[in-house]
Write a protein that binds this ligand. Structure first.
Ligand code: S6P
Ligand code: ZN
Length: 185
């Protein structure tokens, strides 16, 4: 059954939602096949296996015609220079999505299979993901990077698409900030 109208309390400092739905924790070992340096990834996974990001959801369910929200927090770090990031996914039935940066600094990397786009994200930036663009978030700073996502409940998550097609570019830490390099370099 559809859910009722509701207020969700958002704590802008602690970045919590109340009431809240499920929280997801992705550790390094959950990011197999995504970092360029697979040996470094394997060593970090077998070692400390750090938390790379968490996703806290609102209680709005991920079903067609609903409009759920979530807050993703990516820890600062890099694996052989490649900045810590989300797995990235494509929406199987090509629906759009909105991100609002809340804390820290990051980037929104998008790939439609041919073209790559990058949006610098800092608190207050709204990043728009058009239908058909795979999307990955990256922490470019040295503190946690958090953003709010609002997305169609029926959009789904195709993670295999990124394993098959890549993301067009990879984001690396440099002295001056971030550098994008071709996916296979
Ligand atoms: C959902 C939305 C976000 C991501 C989250 C984690 O459509 O884009 O809530 O799920 O940032 O990223 P990923 O790639 O592991 O799902
Ligand atoms: Zn998405």
């Amino acid at each position: 059954p559809p859910i009722s109208p509701m207020a969700i309390a958002f704590d802008a400092e602690r970045l919590t939602l109340s009431p809240e739905g499920p929280t997801l924790t992705r550790r390094m070992s959950d990011l197999e096949g995504l970092f360029r340096d697979s040996d470094a990834w394997a060593a970090e996974s077998a070692g400390e296996n750090p938390v790379v990001y968490t996703v806290t959801s609102s209680p709005v369910p991920e079903i067609d015609r609903e409009l759920p929200q979530s807050i993703t927090t990516i820890m600062p770090g890099d694996t052989s220079g490649e900045l810590w990031m989300t797995k990235g996914h494509q929406h199987p039935n090509h629906q759009g999505e909105i991100y609002l940066a809340l804390q820290g600094t990051g980037g929104l990397l998008m790939f439609d299979g041919e073209r790559t786009e990058w949006i610098d994200m800092q608190p207050g930036t709204i990043g728009y993901i058009p239908p058909g663009w795979a999307h990955r978030s990256v922490n470019t700073g040295d503190e946690p990077y958090s953003f709010l996502a609002v997305y169609p409940g029926g959009a789904g998550h195709d993670y295999g698409w990124v394993l098959e097609h890549g993301m067009g570019s990879r984001a690396y830490r440099t002295a001056g900030g971030v550098e994008l390099r071709p996916y296979s370099e």
